[in-house]
Design a protein around this ligand. Structure first.
Ligand SMILES: C=C(O[C@@H]1C=C(C(=O)O)C=C[C@H]1O)C(=O)O
Length: 372
């Protein structure tokens, strides 16, 4: 630890490793002494802390569907921690040989329209629907270069690459913090409500202002913040929740975000326990959770896998950081699947939702130097 160079950690990353970079620190975990596949809060809370020797870390991912997909949490053989990485040059990535939208864009808009109808009929307040882009390359996908470019672009507050079962990799850069814990201080930074950035400063500002004053987006956001607060409240002695969300941005998107901070009542409650209790939030699933989860599986023509799950780390003291695994792609050899979703409420518009997912794809597409 200490004097490791963060850019070197980024350069040293190879697929299968775990990389997690923020504006404060860079973590590189290599090898696996042990892998946990449990996803329920009770087993995670018992098994993982019990296996952590003092000073060691558990790293990895939780899936979207914790009932159907195994978790992939690893106790690495070796962990190196450094300050923030700041790579200089963009790395070149070749063009794909094939691109397929899953489903076709028009089908996604139809699914959104069906969801809006169901929402208007009552019962559900919000559901998050995603679509995917499949890209095939001639050779193995250069995950290291994609990760490097995401870090270079500061594409999201949490830049990550995590090994998955079967030699696959989840790579991305998300703006959204599910939960961090340092001692008895917990923070969550839920995001909901979106607008694209623009290269034109006037349009960019207009997009931000329209988002800041959009009733539809404030409603989408309120449903999310309420759920976060409701889950955290029983664990916390005190909780600070700003009354209004703030505008937050990445190089490609504007969002509404609320920084929720709390003081834990019981120091034995770990970061992983809290993250697992919060997941799946209405940022990526909906409200009520079970009904939204069912609608997601009915309307989306794919399994989300590790997209819209959680990615992060926890130490032996129970401190840790778990980000929402969005703005990411799952890589398998020479192919990758990119995901993007958006929250639907009764006032949503199918065409606008389709455009929102296209804008969200830009985080990864830019890192790959692709204009699609
Ligand atoms: C689901 C995604 O993003 C989430 C949905 C948002 C929205 O609906 O406005 C905003 C931020 C994220 O919480 C995604 O990027 O795939």
């Amino acid at each position: 630890m200490g004097c490791v160079d963060a850019n070197q950690l980024l350069a040293d990353y190879t697929p299968g490793d775990f990389y997690f970079g923020t504006s404060r620190r860079t973590i590189l975990g290599t090898g696996a002494r042990r892998t946990f596949t449990e996803t329920d809060v009770a087993s995670l809370s018992e098994a993982v802390p019990a296996a952590l020797a003092p000073g060691s870390l558990a790293v990895g991912v939780l899936p979207f569907d914790t009932a159907g997909t195994p978790g992939h949490l690893v106790l690495p053989e070796n962990v190196q921690v450094a300050g923030p990485a700041a790579p200089a040059r963009h790395k070149d990535i070749g063009a794909p040989v094939a691109v397929r939208a899953v489903p076709e864009p028009v089908r996604h808009a139809e699914a959104v329209a069906s969801a809006i109808k169901i929402l208007k009929d009552g019962g559900l307040r919000k559901v998050v629907l995603a679509r995917a882009l499949d890209l095939d390359f001639e050779d193995e996908v250069p995950v290291q270069a994609i990760l490097h470019n995401l870090a270079k672009d500061k594409a999201g507050a949490y830049t990550f690459a995590a090994g998955l079962p079967g030699g696959r990799t989840l790579v991305g850069a998300t703006p959204e913090l599910l939960l961090s814990r340092v001692g008895n201080q917990v923070v969550s930074h839920p995001h909901a409500g979106s607008a694209p950035r623009s290269a034109d400063p006037v349009t960019d500002r207009e997009n931000a202002e329209a988002l800041a004053s959009s009733r539809k987006d404030h409603l989408e956001h309120a449903v999310l913040t309420e759920a976060i607060v409701e889950t955290l409240r029983p664990f916390c002695r005190s909780l600070d929740v700003p009354r209004e969300p703030s505008l937050v941005s990445t190089p490609t998107m504007w969002h509404l975000g609320t920084v929720v901070t709390g003081e834990l009542a019981d120091r034995d409650i770990t970061a992983l326990h809290l993250a697992a209790a919060l997941h799946p939030t209405p940022a990526i699933c909906g409200t009520p959770t079970e009904a939204a989860r069912r609608l997601v599986s009915e309307l989306e023509p794919f399994d989300r896998g590790y997209y819209a799950g959680a990615v992060g780390w926890m130490d032996s003291a129970g401190d840790g950081e778990w980000a929402v695994s969005i703005r990411c792609a799952e890589v398998a050899e020479s192919s990758l699947r990119l995901y993007a979703g958006g929250g639907i409420v009764p006032a949503s518009d199918p065409k606008a939702e389709l455009d929102e997912t296209s804008a969200k794809f830009q985080t990864l597409l830019r890192a790959m130097g692709l204009e699609l």
